[in-house]
Design a protein around this ligand. Structure first.
Ligand code: IPD
Ligand code: CA
Ligand code: CA
Ligand code: CA
Length: 261
């Protein structure tokens, strides 16, 4: 895809994101309809569902031949990644949305024949949009981001999945202890934006494709390492234990996790 075409898609997706943000802001002040999915710690609201429908209808009008993978199930059943595949997480950090009305993001990714092309993480309340891809670079609103410094684990903050720290999965407490400090924000998208800005050096969590779809594209475009927790490539249609890190922090964390995988 040429750069002119990429910019045309980029402008269009940014318009959808503005509409989507305004929709969420308007709905946020009404009573939320909150339901449990797999447990009391896994929530979904009417706004998650309605926002996914809104974004999917925009995608279907713009690019009708695409496949769409959406968290709340209004997209397609996808078995292969040929052609255009959009990945949509209508609200990443639903628990934060419900409890804090803050610290959540809208996420959209576009993959073409399995390759990440464009990614979007939109911090709704702070109005900070992280966007771009390998061809056009990565931006925070209108400002181009430079590649974060390649800082190692000892000299940086890390963000880890809360339950995995509590249960010390994969030696996570040692990872946290070795770092300069542990931070847990509760939205995969927001955690990855901290990595893009160089504010943390690693994020490790169990993630589904819509949790990492956009972040993977943006992180790799800035030279960050994205892999499974044992250093393998990710399958964009599968859930996995995912590590996004500076190259140095990845090298520091892999031996600590080591045989605990
Ligand atoms: C969740 C958030 C959370 C992460 C979970 C995700 P959701 O996404 O990103 O930080 O720990 O694994 O499922 O359900 O709020 O979109
Ligand atoms: Ca969810
Ligand atoms: Ca999510
Ligand atoms: Ca979600």
């Amino acid at each position: 895809m040429n750069v002119t075409e990429l910019h045309r898609i980029d402008r269009t997706v940014k318009q959808w994101l503005q509409t989507s943000r305004n929709f969420i802001l308007a709905k946020m002040n009404e009573n939320l309809n909150v339901a449990e999915k797999s447990s009391r710690k896994d929530l979904v609201t009417n706004v998650d569902k309605e926002n996914e429908k809104l974004l999917i209808s925009k995608i279907r009008t713009f690019a009708p031949d695409s496949q769409i993978l959406g968290e709340e199930g209004f997209g397609d059943q996808i078995r292969q990644t040929k052609g255009w595949v959009w990945v949509v997480d209508p609200i990443d950090g639903t628990m934060n949305f419900v409890k804090q009305r803050d610290h959540f993001a809208i996420m959209i990714a576009l993959y073409v024949d399995g390759q990440g092309v464009l990614g979007y993480i939109y911090d709704v309340i702070n109005d900070q949009l992280f966007s771009g891809g390998p061809e056009i670079g990565v931006f925070q609103n209108d400002e181009r981001l430079a590649a974060p410094k390649n800082i190692g684990l000892r000299d940086g903050l890390v963000s880890l999945s809360g339950p995995m720290v509590i249960h010390d999965r994969f030696n996570f407490q040692k990872v946290a202890e070795t770092s300069s400090g542990l931070r847990i924000y509760g939205s995969a998208g927001i955690e990855i934006t901290h990595l893009l800005k160089g504010e943390i050096v690693a994020y490790v969590s169990y993630l589904k494709p819509w949790d990492f779809g956009a972040g993977k594209i943006l992180a790799e475009s800035l030279g960050l390492a994205v892999s499974t927790v044992d250093g393998q490539a990710l399958d964009m249609l599968s859930s996995d234990f995912v590590m996004v890190a500076t190259v140095q922090a990845q090298q520091d964390i892999l031996p600590i996790i080591g045989s605990n995988v």
